[in-house]
Design a protein around this ligand. Structure first.
Ligand code: 7TS
Length: 422
């Protein structure tokens, strides 16, 4: 694994670029050619690529430790259980949770949010109660609340965003009221890159005794996360956006909230005893993890956390921020290019439109040059409507991206303009 050692003078002088270029070598897929060109992978907000350390950890688990967890008395089962619980401990320390039992493994951010909507919110919602989300949420942090509201007669209230894509704190403070039962908000917008003022959002909600779920799907790979400093009630993220495997993610919850949740799924592992008359549920975290979990995925997530921690999330953030500023400078002035999302606090994401050119055509023409970006509504259709666009083209950065990736993106955009506007 690449150990990247840098200090602030290296960051300032730009030599960090070279060190992180070494980290690129840890990601075998980045040596792929696409349409005859070396891959420039700039679709990291959708999913990040995986380093050898993660791929090897999963393969090694299947080769040397595969067994079911928490059940067998035999050595392999113990080995699998140890690996699974060691990864839970790594997650706890990565986000600074209070206890391992506050870490629930789920399939991803989407499942984690649904667990809270169904198991925590729904039993507490009555007709006329309110749930607050923002206008820049991913569909995964809208639809579960809509469903819970529909089933209970509660009402979804929406915090507006301004033209720059900033969260409107004043409007939020006014929306909070005695009927508010829960606030669910993204930490970092996947469509715009806006970092929301989560700490203020949480403080204002707590002043009224309202719990807050933070959707950390994007933030977790770009910002240091400290759930105790944030004092959030729930925090959800997916491993696959953090250099880990698909199919696995995390729901963090404060112990008292997780304890109070109704398990949405019943089955193996989540029980202490079962009879046809009564079933007693297991203790946390197992009572919210029914059935055989994605054990190899959890092991892979643990390896991803080790990998990211060895580099340092602060250094990754500094590198990505430098790339984002560089890219923003390079595209500014391209005729007809509008940057969508110009919040003061941004990370990792450059969303844009080109006048008269459909985002899908931008994405397709860049792909011809081996440049992978995302085009469309980014599962944030209400936000697109608010900003008056059908969709955007989106380049999103990760630790392994380089200035060369950005230069190729910018040259590609200029080529798209020259070709489709001629
Ligand atoms: N929340 C946010 C802020 C996201 O960006 C995403 C995925 C999700 C929730 C859902 O995560 P999942 O792992 O459960 O699917 N965002 C994107 C994206 O921007 N492009 O593809 C997936």
């Amino acid at each position: 694994m690449t150990k990247v050692a840098m200090d602030s003078s290296e960051i300032a002088s730009g030599t960090m670029r070279c060190d992180l270029a070494q980290a690129r070598a840890d990601f075998p897929i980045l040596r792929t050619h696409v349409n005859g060109h070396p891959l420039a992978y700039l679709d990291n907000a959708a999913t990040t690529q995986k380093p050898d350390a993660v791929i090897d950890a999963e393969a090694d688990f299947y080769r040397n430790a595969n067994a079911n967890v928490h059940r067998g008395v035999h050595a392999l089962s113990q080995r699998a259980t140890d690996a699974y619980e060691a990864a839970r401990h790594k997650v706890r320390s990565f986000i600074n949770a209070h206890a391992d039992a506050e870490i629930i493994f789920a399939r991803g951010t989407t499942e984690a949010i649904n667990l809270v909507a169904q198991g925590f919110a729904e039993p507490r919602l009555a007709a006329g109660d309110e749930v607050i989300v923002s206008a820049m949420e991913h569909h995964s942090n809208i639809v579960p609340w809509q469903m819970a509201c529909r089933r209970t007669g509660a009402v979804l209230r929406v915090v507006p965003v301004d033209d720059a894509g900033e969260f409107d704190l004043d409007a939020y403070a006014e929306l909070l009221n005695a009927r508010t039962r829960l606030v669910a908000v993204t930490h970092l917008s996947n469509a715009l890159g806006t970092i929301t003022p989560v700490r203020r959002i949480i403080d204002l909600a707590h002043a009224r005794g309202v719990p807050v779920l933070v959707d950390g799907a994007q933030a977790v790979s770009h910002l240091p996360i400290d759930v105790r400093a944030l004092d959030c009630d729930f925090y959800a993220f997916s491993a696959h956006k953090l250099y880990g495997p698909t199919g696995i993610g995390v729901l963090y919850g404060k112990t008292e909230h997780l304890q109070a949740m109704t398990p949405c799924q019943g089955g193996g592992d989540m029980i202490r005893s079962v009879s046809f008359d009564a079933t007693e549920y297991n203790e946390l975290p197992y009572r919210l993890e029914a059935g055989t979990p994605h054990i190899a995925g959890v092991v892979g997530l643990g390896a991803a956390l080790d990998y990211v921690s060895a580099i340092g999330i602060d250094r990754i953030a500094a590198h990505e921020s430098e790339l984002l500023h560089y890219a923003t400078r390079q595209v500014t002035g391209i005729p007809g290019l509008r940057i969508v999302g110009t919040a003061a606090e941004k990370a990792g994401i450059l969303s844009f439109t080109l006048a008269g050119i459909h985002p899908h055509d931008i994405g397709t023409m860049l792909d011809d040059c081996g440049i992978a970006i995302r085009a469309g509504h980014h599962c944030a259709m209400p936000l697109m409507q608010r900003l008056g666009v059908d969709g955007t083209a989106r380049a999103s950065f990760a630790l392994y991206n380089t200035h060369d990736d950005v230069d190729r993106l910018v040259a590609g955009i200029r080529r798209v303009c020259a070709t489709l506007r001629s």
